[in-house]
Design a protein around this ligand. Sequence first.
Ligand code: PLP
Length: 500
Amino acid sequence: MRRLLDATSKRIVAYIESLAEQPASDFAGADQVAASARQDWPGEPVPFDDLLDQLFDELTPKSMHHPGPGFLGFIPGGGLFHSAVANLIASVINRYVTVWVAAPALVQLEMNVIRWFCRIVGYPSTAGGFLASGGSMANFSALVAARQELLPENFLKGTLYVCEHTHHSVHKAALLAGFPAACLRTVPADDSFRMRPEALEAQIEEDRRRGWQPFFVVGNGGSTNTGAVDPLSEMAEIAARHGLWFHVDAAYGGFFALTERGRHRLVGMELADSITLDPHKGLFVPYGTGCLLVKDLNKLRRAHSVGADYMPPIQDHPERIDFSEISPELSRSFRGLGVWLPIKMVGIEPFCAALDEKLDLAQWITERLRAIDGLDIVAEPQLSILAFRLRRDAFAGAPGFDRLDNTTPEDAAHDALNQRLLDVINGKQRVFLTGTRLGGRFAIRICVLGVRTHRERMELCLEDIEEAVAEIVRGALSQEAPRQEEPRQEAPRREVRHDG
Ligand SMILES: *Cc1c(COP(=O)(O)O)cnc(C)c1O
């Protein structure tokens, strides 16, 4: 045991300490490395040190580097080390926490985590919930609970309401829960990518008139696409007026309620019937921990409770819980420890400060990007996500850009240049950004949520964007294809301060 632990701790400490020097992504030869790892059968035993070498030196580097400071794509998580240690302990003690009688005091720790989360979002002490594998499963359970509560057994007339920026896991939840596409309504968003409440209400009324059974409205507590926060209070009011279940998907943004600004922006979240949170995003713990909170725990129980003769008796006590009775899973890992341990060790304050820092960094880089000639901010940061693109007039005079009205094929050429811009930025390997489409047009997103992302990395990000913009514009105007940077194998160009 000591030998395994010692060898492992050497590798993981070295790994974490070198995070800032590692490239933000490295895909050169990644598929070939994957192919070389293919095996039909495990074969002869391999010494542990060789396996560690393979994992750390060969396989892991060929990837997007989520825990590093330069990861600004999709929604970064991070992976708090304290939490990784908690997960090791959880695996070693391997206790069962989905039924109370199996380990009451450990179930209590997970209940504490749920209590803390209820406080964070402004829920009453009668609320509750469970830790899921992620936001997708939390959204799924919320939808199933609402269906069970509000629709008849034949629920195919039920309609649910999302906006175009709602996370696709809600669409998947609808699919899994048995709703055909005809049951899904996409309500239009305003110029700030927020659902238009009057359009929501009009759609609900229209559906009622046509014999549908509206039952479920999803608001974004920070959308994945642009970080937009829907008008939650107004949506809650509309849902209540029409007797619908109001769910807030705050998987990305919910924990910003730990900050003054975040609380202000997320006002109305506390009015929801249920809320999805993702501790593996906003609390920086490693992947595998999401959360569903519901205001009325009985509704969750009615949708998930199924007994069996070989199971221990279920708890009928307000201070105790069998998580298996309110969630889809039975056997699962002790997720609560990975949240409980770090918060107990350092307190909640460092989490608030870290989230505040991410809001500041998103604001900081937005102002710097706005100052770059030819660059448009297409999504202002409502929390810590923003999006930008090069304006088409930055290319005026370049081939394919002679007409500046909004018609194709100039649109396609314009999108392709912005895609190229993204590739050039990522090719420098100091940051990793991702793209999306807003209003049908390509845009580059920045999401600041990495626990190790600080000001010095955002300065490198700005530097790389400035250089890439100059290169792309120059390339387009001189009619040459912009030089595609070869992805570097070695560490990023400039020395960066260690911020692991
Ligand atoms: C990430 C995300 C999800 C999905 O959560 P997973 O943890 O990836 O399953 C759902 N909704 C939003 C808003 C998200 O950002």
